[in-house]
Write a protein that binds this ligand. Structure first.
Ligand code: ARG
Length: 458
């Protein structure tokens, strides 16, 4: 099979080295981007007169035909015959249009080509992930609306702490995911740079029109150092860092839903289409979507670590090690797209068990902080009030009484500052409505947040 090199070699490559080094199975994902880069490259070579008008037409026609030939087809049937996506396109083009194809690779190397196609591909993927992320945020907002004013026991250390709105809890994730979306937007600026013209490493003596290429391919900038152009993968590393953070959020969200789906909480009911069963225990209905996402977050963290380690210690400029940038990164991107889409669908079909949420706040200890702040409003020093309420909680535990049932004389034994009105504090609605700070779980705040998000994510 044809190669993009070979003149100085007397022998064929050993079959084991072929298997070891060929990369089409991975960089085949770049096929569409690579065809776009090639179309721009051909037009550019025509403009600077390194191709005749006739050659330009022949090449563009050939590339168009290749694009149709490949469209919707997996490249797997070519895997053993072609070293990489660049070689596949070059050889197939030669088969189709003959001699003119030999001018396609003028003035460039696969080192600059591969990183250009990658940047183009990643730009598209960032847009797609961004869109899916917005979709997941919208699903969380719909779910918040579905939850309405339902209150659950908010937790710290996985112990009941204070009542919060279920909607407030869900919107916390919207807040985090929206930051991830902003981070993705930032990465895009660094991906949006054209490395073509770097040639293998030193730039080219040919009058390659990089501005034209940048315009044609939609890049905002041209790389200003050819060595960095071919060898830096920070744009990809930054993307994986942002994806790692995103997956950390997805994993936490999944953990919450796993807990809520457990019999111990029972706040939610998953749709049958988004749950799985057990081969042994007939009664089981399991939250595998969330568990797989929690598990895959670990894989994505590893992919970031791998990419960093691949680059560490590489002398400038290009080294073949850099081929190892792709498998993990592409897999992370695909995993992210799939997870975001599936999560949005799963959340969209999740129902609430309002009764179980309600029972979660049927626990007077949840209102201890409200009692504490009541005393502070009655001018009792905070630390003293804390001690006082702590004693009341202990007394309730020891006597098996509910604080909400304490007689006023009992309260007065803990502090003279207590009045009849303390007995009104032991209701979830009272607790959440009492919150005053920006970003609190007060239902009117939460409602405003929902309206704000709906506008942002329209
Ligand atoms: N497959 C290589 C990569 O992904 C690109 C080709 C560069 N190969 C080379 N021998 N210079 O990085």
């Amino acid at each position: 099979m044809k190669k993009l090199w070979g003149g100085r070699f007397k022998k064929e490559m050993h079959p084991l080295l072929k298997c070891f080094s060929y990369s089409l199975a991975t960089d085949g994902a770049l096929l569409e981007s690579e065809l776009s880069v090639n179309r721009a490259w051909v037009k550019m070579l025509g403009r600077i007169k390194l191709l005749t008008g006739r050659e330009v037409s022949a090449l563009l026609k050939g590339l168009g035909a290749l694009s149709r030939e490949f469209s919707g087809k997996a490249v797997c049937e070519y895997l053993k015959d072609y070293e990489d996506v660049h070689t596949l396109i070059q050889s197939k083009l030669e088969d189709r249009i003959g001699k003119a194809a030999k001018k396609l690779h003028t003035g460039r190397s696969r080192n600059d080509l591969v990183v250009t196609s990658m940047r183009l591909y990643i730009k598209e993927k960032i847009k797609s992930i961004n869109g899916r992320l917005a979709g997941l945020e919208r699903a969380l907002i719909s779910l918040s609306e579905k939850a309405g004013g339902a209150v659950i026991a908010g937790m710290t250390h996985l112990r009941k702490a204070q009542p919060v709105l279920m909607a407030h809890h869900l919107l916390a994730y919207v807040e985090m995911l929206e930051e991830d979306r902003a981070r993705l937007g930032d990465v895009l600026k660094r991906v949006d740079v054209l490395p073509l013209g770097s040639a293998a490493l030193a730039g080219s003596s040919l009058p390659l029109d990089q501005s034209f290429l940048a315009r044609e391919l939609g890049f905002s900038k041209i790389v200003s150092n050819s060595l960095a152009g071919v060898s830096d993968r920070a744009f990809l590393t930054e993307l994986l860092s942002v994806l790692a953070i995103l997956w950390m959020h997805l994993s936490r969200l999944s953990e919450d839903f796993i807990l809520w789906n457990s019999e111990n909480f029972g706040y939610i009911e998953l749709d049958d289409a988004f749950a799985t069963g057990s081969s042994l225990m007939p009664q089981k209905k399991n939250p595998d979507v969330f568990e797989l996402i929690r598990g895959r977050s670990g894989v994505v963290f590893g992919q970031l670590q791998a990419l960093l380690t691949v680059q560490k210690g590489l002398p400038l400029a290009y080294n073949r090690d850099l081929q190892e940038d792709k498998p993990g990164a592409f897999d992370a991107v695909r995993k992210t797209e799939a997870a975001l889409e599936l999560l949005a669908l799963t959340l969209g079909s999740t129902a609430f068990n309002f009764q179980r949420m309600k029972s979660s706040v049927d626990d007077d200890a949840l209102f201890a902080t409200d009692v504490l702040e009541y005393l502070v409003r009655k001018k009792v020093p905070f630390t003293e009030a804390h001690e006082t309420v702590g004693k009341a909680v202990r007394y309730a535990q020891e006597t098996g009484k509910r604080m909400s049932d304490f007689a006023i004389q009992e309260w007065k034994r803990f502090s003279k500052a207590f009045g009849q009105d303390v007995r009104q504090l032991f209701r979830a609605e009272v607790s959440v409505n009492a919150k005053k700070t920006i970003g609190s779980t007060n239902p009117s705040q939460v409602k405003k947040q929902i309206q704000r998000w709906k506008k942002i994510l329209k």
